[in-house]
Ligand binder design. Structure first.
Ligand code: PGA
Length: 261
């Protein structure tokens, strides 16, 4: 069965932005007002947790969905400072990023923890964007596919369906550095991930959107998004300004849907 994958361009604001910066959301929405030009892709912005509710309210009636950057695995309990997937859902979010490399590194999140968080997202009816990616040392040691394969195998929740999850390949050394892998390297990893997803989900693995993330900007987005099995982007720095974010999304105006379907 042929699967149609709608590209997703998602912005990860990390611990950036402010109440005032939510004005960028309005600018993005205004830039997307001509629905006919944008109807073949999905767009999302993931601001810090305190702004989710405001961002969701601001996104109503626009082409932009709102996502969170992390969630706890439990629905509620004595977890001071944490936010559950259910709370994220109630805040109007459609997505939650889990297993971002900054969480894996700075908060020692293992594949088991990431998988539990992804399962919590499914439980709450929120689509998890599950991040995987190798470090520079792992790439230099020729271990990229081993690392990414283990992360995909270990981080996918039980009950995952092709359309219910998103995977983001983000080489750690490409995040916030201005460096990107070659098109050939991106293609090889995305094809490998597709194969792992098919092993796990059968033909449903073809329905999973695999985003590329790591120093995506308007100037390199066209090349990256045209690569086979790249179904969109997870954008950090360049998602903070409406102009850059729209510039990245705009590459899908020139990529024929038949090439990514
Ligand atoms: P970057 O971040 O686009 O600033 O490299 C990507 C990410 O961490 O998701």
């Amino acid at each position: 069965m042929a699967h149609v994958r709608r590209p997703l361009v998602a912005g990860n604001w990390k611990m950036n932005g402010s109440k005032l910066a939510l004005a960028e959301l309005a600018k993005m929405a205004a830039g997307l007002a001509d629905g006919a030009l944008w109807r073949t892709i999905d767009l999302a912005v993931c601001p810090p947790a305190p702004y989710l509710y405001l961002a969701s309210a601001a996104s109503i009636g626009t082409r932009i969905a709102v996502g969170a950057q992390d969630c706890h695995a439990e629905a509620s309990g004595a977890f001071t400072g944490d936010v559950s997937a259910e709370m994220i859902a109630e805040s109007g979010c459609c997505y939650v990023i889990v297993g971002h490399s900054e969480r894996r590194t700075l908060h020692a999140e293992s594949n088991d923890i990431v998988r539990a968080k992804a399962a919590a997202a499914l439980r709450a009816g929120v689509t998890p964007i599950i991040c995987v990616g190798e470090t520079r040392a792992e790439r230099d040691a020729g271990k990229t596919l081993d690392v990414v394969g283990a992360q995909v195998a270990g981080s996918l929740p039980a009950g995952a369906t092709g359309e219910g999850i998103v995977v983001a390949y983000e080489p750690v050394w490409a995040i916030g550095t201005g460096l990107t892998p070659t098109a050939g390297d991106v293609k090889a990893v995305h094809q490998f991930i597709r194969g792992e997803l098919r092993k796990k989900l059968g033909s449903d693995g073809d329905a999973v959107r695999i985003l590329y993330g790591g120093s995506v900007k308007p100037s390199n987005a066209a090349e990256l998004m045209a690569i086979a099995d790249v179904d969109g982007a997870l954008v950090g720095g360049a998602s903070l300004k409406a102009e850059d974010f729209l510039g990245i999304a705009a590459v899908y105006r020139t990529i024929a849907p038949s090439t990514y379907h």
